[in-house]
Design a protein around this ligand. Structure first.
Ligand SMILES: NC(=O)C1=CN([C@@H]2O[C@H](COP(=O)(O)OP(=O)(O)OC[C@H]3O[C@@H](n4cnc5c(N)ncnc54)[C@H](O)[C@@H]3O)[C@@H](O)[C@H]2O)[C@@H](O)CC1
Ligand SMILES: [K+]
Length: 490
């Protein structure tokens, strides 16, 4: 797992470690790590033009000391002072190494630099960048030089990834001690470029992480053993589709089949059932009308998926209500979520459940569930995913540019796979069927949601092709690539 800690935890760990070390040790470690990465990025350090953008805090201090190390190796280093004051020790070190400090209006230096280090703000930055910081950030982001962010791209909120105005667009971010959530969650993540972690010795002082991102060997879907039969591998019940949206049913049912379910029971109206039966003859289908015994009519399952393409109105509400009253794990998606948004009774049913529920909203659906603006969700994804998990009493998988999975009192999972091509109609239906299969296979809600998002993102990447040569994909392509995604796991 890749671990990330919010700012208060990083500061507490730094304080604890600093109390045991001579003054300046941590900054020296950070600066040495930063300078080493910069030296690797330059074809040659000697004679290279390096510009430092220096704010008034310790982030500027790290940057000045790193600049001093590069100046000692023969780089021509100038620092543009953004703050009214700069770190004194760092400034003295730079001068002693032959570097110069210039006022912030010497922006012409940026345009001719080989490498720029952004030390405007780090974990102490808050709100949109003020002037002259914002102008320096824009100029450096547009310049041809390699742009290296010290700890965090300035303008990105380290704890959340929120960007309130201008922020540096780095090629590389050199971060210290641990990852910060803002480096792996959009919109902040999109500003980081490649992230390099420098160990400054915080390890033992860091508490449990706030946010984690899986590596390939962390994803372990259930595997059938010699004694498995279709029932033990997990039966998924999928209730999806309507006269208006029958395609969602075909995709969700197909993803449950491809996701490793032992058996898929599919139920809906006659049209959706006919389409699913034709496309997925291995499913057991049933035409149902909402009613008190609807689940018993469909048969016993180990997990339900309800919602894709269900349409609006009373039918959707009744079917979601029936599933929420069941005693097995449930995944609610799409129109199922909209039904919950409309109905206080369904909200109460959600909170009353004592078996896991997974909700898989995109930002618009979550906005309706939480009754906030969609833009607020996009800007502060971490906060809203966590809030939804608390308020709705469920495991919440928030889809989008960085997919997050939040559950009460657990680190938030950030999905590291995926591609921008995934933003196409129907891919959400595929995700719901896939996660449903993993739930039916016995995975816990958080693990099933995170593993499903991982495999889904990987399938999309495999379908869209080699990096740099990607092609548009359809939801059907993602569905077809699910077995390949499973094969890439260790
Ligand atoms: N505390 C420690 O032991 C260590 C800290 N380190 C560095 O110290 C950084 C944190 O330093 P600080 O706490 O001094 O904070 P920062 O240097 O990150 O930011 C504070 C400075 O930025 C200004 N600022 C904040 N928001 C702004 C905005 N929106 N627009 C313009 N200016 C803004 C403040 O006025 C202040 O001058 C880390 O990111 C890291 O780079 C490292 O040296 C490792 C060790
Ligand atoms: K920075």
């Amino acid at each position: 797992m890749r671990y990330a800690h919010e700012v208060d935890k990083v500061r507490a760990a730094e304080q604890a470690l600093m109390a045991r070390l001579p003054d300046g040790t941590l900054m020296a470690r950070a600066a040495a790590g930063l300078a080493a990465v910069c030296a690797r990025l330059l074809p040659r350090v000697y004679g290279a033009r390096v510009v430092l953008l220096v704010g008034g805090g310790a982030n500027g201090g790290d940057t000045l000391y790193a600049g001093a190390l590069l100046a000692r190796r023969g780089a021509r280093v100038v620092a543009l002072r953004a703050g009214t004051s700069v770190h004194e020790g760092g400034a003295a070190a730079l001068r002693a190494a032959g570097g110069r400090l210039l006022p912030p209006d010497a922006t012409g230096e940026i345009d001719t630099a080989d490498l720029v280090i952004d030390g405007l703000t780090g974990i102490g930055g808050s709100g949109g960048l003020r002037e002259p910081h914002a102008t320096l950030a824009r100029r450096a982001s547009a310049a041809p030089a390699t742009l290296v962010a010290c700890d965090v791209p300035s303008g990105v909120d380290a704890s959340t990834g929120a960007v309130a105005g201008t922020a540096v667009h780095a090629d590389v971010t050199v971060t210290f001690g641990t990852h910060k959530p803002g480096l792996i969650i959009d919109p902040g993540a999109a500003h980081c470029g490649v992230v390099e972690l420098v160990d400054i010795g915080l390890g033992a002082d860091l508490p449990d992480p706030d946010v984690v991102a899986a590596r390939p060997d962390d994803v372990r879907p259930p595997e059938p053993g010699p004694e498995s039969d279709k029932y033990r591998r997990g039966v998924v019940g999928v209730i999806a589709g309507s006269g208006t949206f029958p395609g969602a049913a075909v995709l969700a049912a197909g993803a449950a089949v491809r996701g490793g379910a032992g058996m898929v029971r599919f139920a809906s109206d006659a049209h959706a059932v006919e389409l699913v039966r034709q496309r997925w003859p291995e499913t057991v289908t049933r035409v149902v009308e909402p009613g008190p015994d609807v689940l018993a009519e469909i048969g016993r399952v180990q997990a339900w998926v309800v919602g894709p393409g269900l349409g609006g109105g009373e039918r959707a509400e009744a079917l979601v209500g029936a599933v929420l009253a069941s005693d097995v794990p449930v995944l609610v998606d799409a129109d199922g979520l909209n039904a919950v948004s409309r109905s206080d009774a369904l909200r109460r049913a959600l909170l009353c459940r004592d078996v896991p529920t997974v909700l898989t909203p995109h930002a618009g659906e979550l906005a309706r569930l939480l009754r906030v603006d969609r833009d607020a969700i996009e800007a502060r994804r971490l906060e809203h995913a966590r809030r939804a998990a608390v308020e709705l009493g469920a495991t919440v998988l928030l889809k989008g540019s960085t997919t997050l999975v939040a559950e009460l009192d657990r680190p938030v999972r950030v999905n590291p796979t995926g591609t921008a091509w995934l933003a196409t109609a129907g891919t959400g239906d595929v995700l719901s069927g896939l996660v449903g299969a993993l739930l039916a296979g016995g995975m816990a809600a958080l693990e099933a949601a995170a593993a499903g998002a991982y495999l889904h993102g990987l399938a999309a990447r495999l379908a869209s092709g080699r990096e740099g040569r990607e092609a548009p994909i359809s939801a059907e392509d993602v569905l077809r690539a699910i077995p390949d995604a499973f094969r890439t796991l260790d």
